[in-house]
Design a protein around this ligand. Structure first.
Ligand SMILES: Nc1ncnc2c1ncn2[C@@H]1O[C@H](COP(=O)(O)OP(=O)(O)OP(=O)(O)O)[C@@H](O)[C@H]1O
Length: 963
């Protein structure tokens, strides 16, 4: 099938990723709704703030334009309970001068004639002199809002004075003005009644009014302009956090790496994220303005719609590119909320500083403004401040699109306009976006790989020729040279032969047409990790994970890489797929080198990878995964549906095609990963433990798929299942400690590295007693088993490895091979005599081969690293033995009875992590005479502390031959 390439492929990948982002948003409805509609809630809160402020300022005209002030006329004396914080029982007013009959009459008239509310006598208290009033007020604080003091000078002159509590107090946001509320009504009442009394006309009246000056609003307040920056920043933070966590999650789950392996272009990746998020941002900004208009804010009604929309849209777009940039530094998606919260707190504080006037003022240098404007929340704060002050009163016209470049009339020292803010927002958007791409390239990915710091200065980066050079370690790594790898020739003859063939072909520049992959001395060394402390750079020592591998993988064949955990299998695959750069050597895949970026981009188009851990989006179904990966791979769009259906059918996932992969079982996920690896008919497939977690039936089914997939392609398989390797592999190599230890077909490995042949002898069931069974055979008893054991011992000198009452298992060494034909012929003749029901003879299992190789490797490295473990002997003492050693002599065990000393055979098994551990040991036996005596030495104190003396390893061949 012809795969797409170049620009059409970028377009196809972009469309597929855009669709993926849309599906993910749709499947995360709650987050998407928050991102789009949270503005409704926050604008409602601003609305509440505005209402509260309006009610607080209802008694003052400072915030209003007053063109035609109204006169305050005929204010009645209010009940004392109206005064804020008054103590009850209280008095509407106190008065002095009660010794005068005229004064008493005047006060009675004041009480009687109070407009709308005659004052009862118990709400007024009389005193003789002002001093008495003062004394009373002092001992009864807050019991009356005011006092009148009358003095009758003569029959035509009555003077008066007023005392009020003039302290302005506020309660629940509203302020009390004692002058207008209490002083003026008392003054009007006193003057009116004194005049009536002196004139003698109780109807004498006049109208008196108090008026403030006409004035423009002395102070301005816009709820949106003041509270808006924080609230709109909070709205933007939803999108910010979701965006960061989506990007980081794709990195963390290696989804991005999986897409890159399939040939994803970075440009398609970034563009698809940007387009989708810009679309959501567009909607969120639109809703913010519409909700604001719905709540009838002057801010939203009087400023031009396009001016407002552009402020919100550009601000949120800025936050988006800022999120892209921040995501390069965060490696865990769970940290997204913490990062978002920190940005919000910082934004809140810097906005506060911005609203105080810093640095958008003549007094500050432009440098401050440039630095300050890089952080998007600050620009938002200034924009809302400008738009708010342009609509602070109902008469302000707001900022129209045409006047966006002008300063609002109130801003006398304005140094920035809305138009300038647009320019800033657009520039900072590009700054953050470019930095996002730059940091994404130079900060190490999950595999510790990054581009060089000045990668963009290399002309080859722009021409596409080898511009994808990558390095390992952080940009601030302290450099330390990596120690060279000692070049030791392989000890195994098959591995040596393979190496010689590959070296020969490499030297001649031959490419065998049957070879799909040629690995030429591949080495991989992981540089140690850095710790920089107190001007000191500490680096853990480098680790040689692959130590020079030379091997060919043939076409149409499955090559199986076996090895204990940490052997270097995944590292080899990672080097071949370009996930991690090789340290030394090279590998050619269908003639393309993994060391060049042009070679790697050709390789990506012809490989399929099933990684060790499922790399899937929980929210996407099996079908959606296949559609996405097929598009990234470049399959023609018309074929994708059919190919996906076929792949799903092959891995038996048709019924679950539309189910989200998050609900798949472990086995279903592995099958989907296999289907993804095989999509697009790749010529080279890497399957890293593809059947992990599958039940036996499904596993067999996947084996069928892999078997069928061999045709026309090369497959590299790593597995811990020896059965799988045995069934599927054409060739097997066992790796340990970064080196190939053996290579060949399964039969060759078994015959070379197995301990020999396995004979299983089964007996007729003895539970039936001694009566002949339906076949006329007599059931076996213990005697028959003993006879057979003796027969094996006499003829072949072997003891059973396993036994129970119905079968015996013997391991027959290779050296007895020539005796076997006659031996088994005789055994078969005597079947009925021994009550034998069945005899099976086979080669040692691959598992045994694997364990032997792993043990040998452990032994080598133990010797190199002096890696000793303690063996507790059944005699009660302990010795230390090198990991993996089979026969170990016990130091100091020589005696007259055992002149050569004693030894044990140690049995090994793999623990859950694949490491070797002791499963038991044989009884202590004499060291055979052919074994060279080894000088025993007295254990040192250190050895005893460490678990006993160190046992000496005895060559297995010497022991087996000596028996
Ligand atoms: N990025 C890394 N940095 C440092 N060491 C690493 C890194 N990746 C792998 N290693 C080390 O390299 C060695 C080989 O690891 P690798 O994953 O290739 O083993 P493997 O044979 O695939 O094992 P398994 O069967 O457990 O998957 C291990 O000791 C591992 O700890």
């Amino acid at each position: 099938m012809e795969l797409r390439s170049g620009l059409p492929l970028v377009g196809q990948q972009y469309a597929a990723l855009l669709k993926k982002n849309a599906i993910l948003t749709w499947r995360h409805k709650k987050s998407a709704s928050l991102q789009l509609f949270s503005s409704l809630f926050f604008i409602f809160l601003i609305f509440c703030i505005e209402k509260a402020i309006q009610s607080r300022f209802s008694d003052t005209t400072s915030y209003k334009n007053v063109h035609d002030p109204k006169a305050l006329v005929d204010h009645p004396i209010p009940p004392c309970e109206d005064k804020y914080f008054i103590h009850t029982p209280c008095y509407d007013f106190l008065w002095s001068g009660r010794d005068s009959a005229s004064v008493s009459a005047i006060v009675a008239a004041i009480m009687r004639n109070n407009p709308g509310r005659p004052i009862p006598s118990d709400k007024v208290m009389s005193f003789g002199t002002p001093d008495e009033v003062d004394a009373w007020l002092e001992s009864n604080p807050m019991r009356s809002p005011g006092a009148l003091h009358f003095v009758e000078r003569n029959s035509t002159v009555i003077s008066y004075g007023i005392q009020t509590n003039s302290t302005a107090v506020g309660r629940r946001g509203t302020y009390e003005d004692p002058t207008f509320k209490f002083q003026i009504p008392l003054q009007i009442a006193a003057e009116r009644e004194i005049s009536r009394h002196l004139i003698g006309d109780s109807n004498f009246n006049w109208t008196m009014g108090f008026k403030e000056f006409a004035h423009p609003a002395i102070q301005t307040f816009s709820a949106v302009g003041s509270a808006g920056p924080t609230f709109f920043l909070a709205i933007a933070m939803f999108g910010f956090v979701f965006q960061i966590s989506s990007l980081i999650l794709e990195k963390e789950l290696k989804l991005r790496q999986a897409m890159s392996l399939m040939g994803l272009y970075d440009s398609a990746y970034w563009l698809s994220w940007f387009t989708w998020e810009a679309f959501l941002t567009f909607l969120a900004a639109l809703f913010s303005v519409l909700f604001g208009m719905m709540f009838q804010f002057n801010f939203f009604l009087n400023n031009s719609f396009s001016v407002l929309f552009l402020v919100f849209f550009l601000f949120q777009l800025n936050m988006l590119s800022f999120a892209f940039m921040i995501s390069a530094f965060v490696s865990k998606s769970s940290s997204a909320t913490t990062v978002g919260f920190s940005i919000f707190i910082n934004g809140f504080l810097t906005q506060l500083v911005t609203l105080f006037g810093f640095p958008y003022d003549d007094n500050f240098s432009i440098l401050y403004r440039v630095i300050w404007s890089l952080f998007p929340p600050n620009l938002l704060a200034k924009a809302l401040d400008l738009l708010g002050s342009a609509t602070a009163t109902s008469e302000d016209e707001g900022i129209s699109w045409r006047r966006r470049g002008e300063c609002p009339s109130r801003e006398s020292d304005c140094v920035i306009t809305i138009d300038d803010i647009y320019k800033w927002l657009i520039s900072t958007f590009f700054v953050w976006f470019l930095l996002a791409i730059y940091f994404d390239n130079i900060i190490p990915n999950s595999n510790g790989v990054r581009k060089p710091i000045f990668y963009f200065l290399s002309p080859s980066y722009w021409t596409g020729k080898d511009g994808n050079k990558v390095v390992e370690g952080g940009p601030c790594s302290c450099f330390k040279s990596i120690p060279p790898l000692s070049d030791s020739a392989p000890t195994d003859e098959d591995v040596l032969e393979e190496e010689t063939v590959v070296k020969q072909q490499a030297a001649n520049g031959d490419i065998d047409p049957h070879v799909a992959v040629q690995i030429r001395g591949l080495t991989k060394t992981y540089a140690g990790t850095n710790k920089i402390s107190c001007c000191k750079c500490q680096r853990s020592s480098p680790y040689h994970a692959v130590k020079g591998v030379w091997v060919n993988f043939a076409k149409d064949q499955l090559f199986c890489l076996l090895g204990p955990n940490g052997a270097g299998k995944t590292t080899v695959i990672n080097c071949l797929t370009g996930i991690t750069p090789v340290t030394g050597g090279d590998a050619l895949i269908y003639g393309y080198s993994v060391r060049t970026s042009s070679g790697m981009s050709s390789i990506r188009r012809m490989i399929g990878v099933c990684p060790q851990f499922d790399i899937l989006w929980d929210e996407l179904s099996g079908k959606e995964h296949l559609h996405l990966f097929a598009s990234i791979k470049g399959l023609p769009p018309s074929t994708i549906k059919l190919v996906a259906e076929k792949s799903l059918a092959e891995v038996k996932l048709t019924a679950a095609a539309s189910v989200r992969s998050g609900s798949y079982s472990g086995g279903m996920k592995r099958r989907l990963s296999v289907a993804i690896a095989l999509i697009g008919d790749p010529k080279m497939v890497f399957l890293d433990e593809p059947t992990t977690g599958m039940d036996p039936i499904t596993r067999r089914h996947v084996w069928d798929i892999i078997e069928a997939a061999k045709k026309g392609r090369a497959i590299v398989l790593t597995t811990h299942s020896m059965e799988e390797a045995d069934i599927l592999s054409d060739r097997i190599a066992i790796m340990a400690k970064g080196k190939l230890r053996c290579i060949g077909t399964s039969i060759r490995l078994k015959s070379r590295f197995g301990t020999g042949y396995i004979a299983n002898v089964s007996f007729h069931n003895s539970s039936l007693g001694h009566t002949p069974n339906v076949h006329g055979d007599t059931p076996a008893n213990g005697l028959h088993l003993e006879l057979v054991k003796q027969f094996f011992k006499d003829r072949l000198d072997v003891d059973p490895k396993e036994e129970n009452k119905s079968f015996l298992t013997f391991v027959i060494p290779h050296k007895k091979e020539e005796l076997l034909t006659n031996f088994f012929a005789e055994l078969q003749d005597r079947e009925s005599e021994f009550c034998i029901s069945d005899i099976q003879l086979g080669l040692a299992t691959l598992e045994e081969v694997f364990l032997n190789i792993a043990k040998q490797a452990e032994l080598e490295s133990s010797a190199a690293e002096r890696n000793l473990i303690t063996l507790n002997l059944s005699s009660g003492s302990s010795i230390q033995i090198p990991k993996g050693a089979r026969f170990v002599g016990i130091p100091g065990s020589e005696s007259t009875e055992h002149p050569r000393g004693l030894m044990v055979e140690v049995y090994w098994e793999q623990d859950d992590t694949g490491s070797l551990c002791v499963s038991g040991h044989s009884p202590e036996t004499d060291i055979p005479p052919n074994v060279q005596p080894t000088m025993n030495r007295n254990p040192s104190r250190r050895e005893l502390r460490g678990g006993g003396p160190v046992g000496f390893v005895i060559d297995a061949d010497q022991v087996i031959h000596g028996r």
